[in-house]
Design a protein around this ligand. Structure first.
Ligand code: BV8
Length: 236
């Protein structure tokens, strides 16, 4: 792959944050193994028992607040600072490790743990504190309509128009640390490929999507992504 890339798109998942000590979702001791997804990450669950869902995310916030980026996140900053291509980061992660690493052009398609949205007026604000169903929206004053600004199963993704344009324009699509089972993100590689991008998958193991990638690099992202960035900078 010695193409001179003009537009590189990263799609990241929980695996890129694993070496920062954050749990992934679908490994043996993953986030979902202690909870049924249906009980915490669906809009019905939230409407049925908002405080149970609030507690799940209230418990997650302190861990994500203190997490630090690892060499995988930092490698993207290195590439963005030294490669002439447009470089975008589409992440399924709700942590803020890409921001903490200094990455630019970040799109949190599944939302962010430190953002709250009012389901009455749509007001979005940032906080790392606990929220619960008694809290009032500071914009419209309504109580009990605040929700983590996280995309639950059955909800539409954020930034989809922008991401659609990025997928059609990129000439290199790099997936990092995602099992490729959650849609529509799992289908992004297909769109990029259809529009002519080279596709590379960095993961710990083969994923359900692997036939769609031209190249596979298995191993911890903290090691494999810096090596790929070095290769891209040698061919810029
Ligand atoms: C939608 C928020 C339209 C909560 C999340 C049937 C078939 C196909 C699709 C569907 C279907 N039924 C329903 C659907 C749609 C559904 C879906 O895809 N379901 C799947 C599970 C079957 N999708 C949706 O509902 C989406 N919305 O479609 O809207 C719509 C509208 C109305 C009605 C219907 C449809 C919404 C999807 C978003 C859901 N929210 N999270 C939270 O984050 O707390 S999803 C959740 O999974 C996270 O966001 C996470 O980011 C995402 C993907 O998980 P991964 O990041 O891939 O993590 P995972 O643990 O799975 O994998 C980690 C990988 O890293 C592993 O492969 C591992 O090997 C690797 N790894 C580990 N360590 C390392 C590493 N790699 C490198 N280095 C390491 N060190």
């Amino acid at each position: 792959m010695s193409r001179k890339y003009k537009h590189i798109l990263f799609l990241t998942g929980a695996g890129i944050s694993a070496e920062s000590g954050l749990s992934t979702f679908r490994s043996e001791n993953g986030l979902w193994n202690n909870h049924r997804v249906e009980d915490v990450a669906t809009i019905d669950a939230y409407l049925r028992n908002p405080d149970y869902v609030h507690q799940f995310y209230n418990d997650m916030r302190p861990e994500l607040l203190k997490a630090v980026p690892n060499p995988a996140h930092l490698a993207i900053t290195e590439l963005q600072n030294n490669h002439p291509a447009q470089i975008d980061v589409v992440t399924q992660n709700v942590d803020t490790l890409h921001e903490k690493a200094g990455n630019k052009n970040i799109y949190h398609i599944h939302g962010q743990i430190n953002q709250i949205v009012c389901m009455n007026c749509g007001y979005v604000f940032e906080t790392w504190s606990d929220i619960n169903s008694e809290d009032k929206c500071e914009k419209c004053g309504i109580t009990g309509m605040l929700k983590p600004n996280i995309v639950f199963f059955g909800e539409n993704l954020l930034y989809m128009n922008k991401v659609d344009a990025l997928l059609k324009s990129c000439d290199l699509f790099v997936s990092v640390g995602t099992s490729g089972v959650v849609y529509p993100a799992a289908g992004f590689v297909q769109i990029a490929k259809m529009f002519g991008a080279d596709t590379i998958e960095l993961n710990m193991e083969k994923t359900s999507n692997n036939l769609l990638f031209d190249r596979h690099i298995y191993g911890p992202a903290g090691t494999t992504l810096p090596a790929l960035v070095k290769e891209l900078l040698e061919n810029k």
